[in-house]
Design a protein around this ligand. Structure first.
Ligand code: WTA
Length: 635
């Protein structure tokens, strides 16, 4: 039996049982056999969910880049580590071997050091999906700097909030980015953001679109000339197991985004182990995850998980619809991709185009299809399974979160029989629990409740950057001694899990987590707006889209409303990014409120979903009369 590579269902159950009964022995064996340590741990695990404090492999010393790069040089030096597919299909793909990656990461690491970046400093990376993004991430890890990647589709306000929250010293960016037939002025966004970031000492700029940009004297430097002069050798900083590796922001149901902190050893062990098994990656397979590195999926399953296994990982700069909706299939055909990992929103958008575009390409290389980011609906599941996978490539519906660091519930392909819309079984070492409204754990099958995890797993986030209190309140205070995910789930008659969706005010639009509070704040900035409430409603492609209820200070005419609508969405674009724009805006005279003044979102959600048959008890409302008006005027 191999603990590291599970190949059939019986083995899954055996390994799973071991991981639950003897978690320390189990993870110690995995860690010992498959990674490179400068020093082994003194203790495998110590934990206390009431504080909460979680430590894995305490006392161990390592550098994750030695595991992701150096140790492959002897056997895989000439193997492609990163396969870069540019936005423009006419531009040739770039194969970066492990040896070249080693040299490029070291050069970048030396540049960072020359610029004064030291172990523990925070570096903000705001770079499009080009090799320099992965290289910058790894260069930070090489020297022990904490990377904070911000998705390069976020606005300048969102960027500056994140830079300031974690006191970044440096920003790495690009002159611009390509997105289909458009270019985006990234450097302009950075310049705007930095007007309110006094802690930034330097900005390194990658040349990508070759546009004429403004370089601020004494602050901004082109990266390439510095790289040209840098040495290809940079000794790896030796890190403690629990030293932070990165911060990644995710939306909460209230307030500012949360800077989730992931540490080094546990994150490495679990992402590597889950990558190997969840994708059944074999040597020489070509693996492609379409996520952006700005999200956790890209961190764990474009960079760290694949590279820790010596895999070939495709990095795609472009979008699914450029030059046409066949681009994904073209890339799979061209690079003979074996494992393909994408989001339900992309699957729905592509399914809408029909199967002709898929059938134009040879997809016979595909072995495994992955889905992540939101529940996959039945129709999309079948299209993916039948049309893309030709009924022979299992779909792994992987449930996990920024906070969990890696995949938590998933079928193991060719091992776990799949079931449409079910994430199926907990991954090795994961102990899920479903909790009812009374806070009790629901035992047995055919139950539905709030999804919690009752035992630590190695890749869990350890805290929220400089806000441990919020970490405790958000994840460990709802239910005693449990990590609360914020999701609802059910367990069917055979013990398979199906994720039913968020149970808090986080809304997942096209797979992106959005908190309602910052969007409402942006809307309320409009001078004509008195108040607003945002809820989700079902959307054919996005899964869920945003519906805003807005009360104005003075009611105007329809024409004015249209302008206000545009202006509201512009404010959202400026403050957060275009992903948070409202699909529907309904102006209303009032919002339903409880006697304590809290907006009753439950009612607004139902109206947005066009499900007004049973609104529940509205008698406790302060202003029940407004409900009928909202229903009558609903969009
Ligand atoms: C949702 C993305 C159903 C869920 C890795 C979770 C899913 C949130 C699935 C985390 C799935 C993710 N089925 N829902 N397979 N995967 N989610 O932090 O609500 O961007 O809590 O991490 O996405 O989103 P995040």
């Amino acid at each position: 039996m191999s603990n590291y590579h599970i190949k059939h269902l019986e083995e899954y159950y055996q390994v799973y049982r071991k991981s639950v009964r003897e978690p320390e022995n189990f993870w110690e064996e995995v860690a010992e056999e498959h990674f490179l340590w400068r020093k082994k741990w003194d203790k495998v695990l110590s934990w206390d969910f009431s504080k909460p404090e979680i430590k894995w492999f305490e006392g161990a010393k390592l550098n994750i880049t030695e595991n992701c790069i150096d140790r492959h040089l002897a056997t895989r030096g000439d193997k492609t580590a990163i396969l870069f597919e540019p936005n423009n299909p006419e531009e040739s793909a770039e194969h970066i071997t492990y040896k070249q990656l080693y040299e490029r990461v070291n050069k970048m690491a030396n540049v960072l050091k020359d610029q004064g970046i030291k172990k523990g400093d925070r570096v903000c990376i705001y770079v499009p999906m080009i090799p320099e993004l992965a290289i910058a991430v790894l260069a930070c890890a090489r020297i022990g700097a904490i990377h904070s990647v911000v998705f390069a589709g976020f606005s300048s306000t969102a960027l500056s909030t994140r830079i300031n929250d974690s006191d970044c010293k440096m920003v790495i960016t690009a002159d611009g980015s390509f997105r289909g037939n458009k270019t985006i002025d990234l450097k302009g966004i950075v310049d705007e953001a930095l007007e309110s970031c006094s802690g930034i000492e330097s900005v390194l700029v990658v040349k990508r679109i070759d546009s004429d940009i403004n370089m601020k004297e004494g602050r901004d430097t082109w990266l390439q000339p510095l790289l040209d002069k840098a040495s290809t050798e940079c000794p790896a900083e030796i890190m403690d197991a629990e030293d932070p590796l990165f911060i990644l922001y995710t939306s909460g149901s209230t307030g500012q985004p949360k800077g989730m902190v992931h540490t080094t050893a546990g994150y490495m062990v679990y992402t590597a182990y889950s990558f190997k098994n969840a994708f059944q990656y074999r040597e020489n397979d070509v693996y492609w995850c379409t996520a952006d590195i700005g999200w956790i999926t890209g961190h764990s399953y474009i960079i760290y998980g694949p590279l820790a296994n010596g895999a070939t990982s495709v990095l795609f700069e472009g979008v699914p619809h450029y030059p046409d909706f066949g681009r994904f299939w073209d890339i799979i055909d061209k690079h003979q991709v074996n494992q393909f990992y994408t989001a339900p929103t992309a699957i729905r958008a592509l399914a809408k185009q029909g199967s002709e575009l898929v059938d134009k390409y040879d997809l016979s290389s595909i072995k495994v299809l992955g889905s992540v980011g939101e529940p996959i609906n039945e129709e999309a599941w079948h299209w993916y399974n039948d049309i893309v996978g030709k009924n022979k490539s299992p779909i792994i519906d992987t449930w996990w979160q920024t906070e969990t660091g890696a995949i938590m519930i998933t079928p193991i392909p060719f091992v776990t029989p799949t079931k449409p819309t079910y994430a199926t079984l907990p991954f090795i070492g994961v102990q899920p629990a479903l909790i009812n409204d009374a806070g009790e754990e629901l035992k047995g099958n055919q139950v539905e409740g709030k999804l919690c995890i009752k035992f630590p797993w190695p890749s869990m986030a350890r805290t929220i950057w400089r806000n441990h209190k919020r970490y405790k309140e958000t994840y460990f205070s709802t239910y005693k001694d449990m990590y609360f995910t914020g999701d609802g789930a059910l367990r069917d008659e055979v013990g398979y899990y199906r994720i039913t969706g968020r149970v808090d005010d986080v809304i997942i639009v096209s797979g992106h987590n959005l908190g309602t509070a910052p969007i409402e704040d942006a809307v309320n900035e409009h001078p004509a707006v008195a108040e607003s409430a945002i809820v989700g409603f079902p959307h054919e492609i996005k899964g869920t889209a945003l519906y805003g209820y807005v009360t104005l200070k003075e009611t105007g005419e329809g024409r004015i409303h249209d302008n206000v609508r545009k202006e509201i969405n512009q404010l959202i674009t400026d403050r957060i990014g275009p992903i948070a724009k409202l699909d529907k805006i309904q102006f209303t005279q009032g919002l339903p409120k409880t006697r304590s003044g809290k907006i009753m979102r439950r009612i607004l959600r139902k109206i947005a979903e066009k499900d007004t048959s049973n609104l529940g008890d509205t008698s406790t409302l302060l202003n029940p009369e407004c409900v009928q008006n909202i229903i009558d005027e609903a969009l």
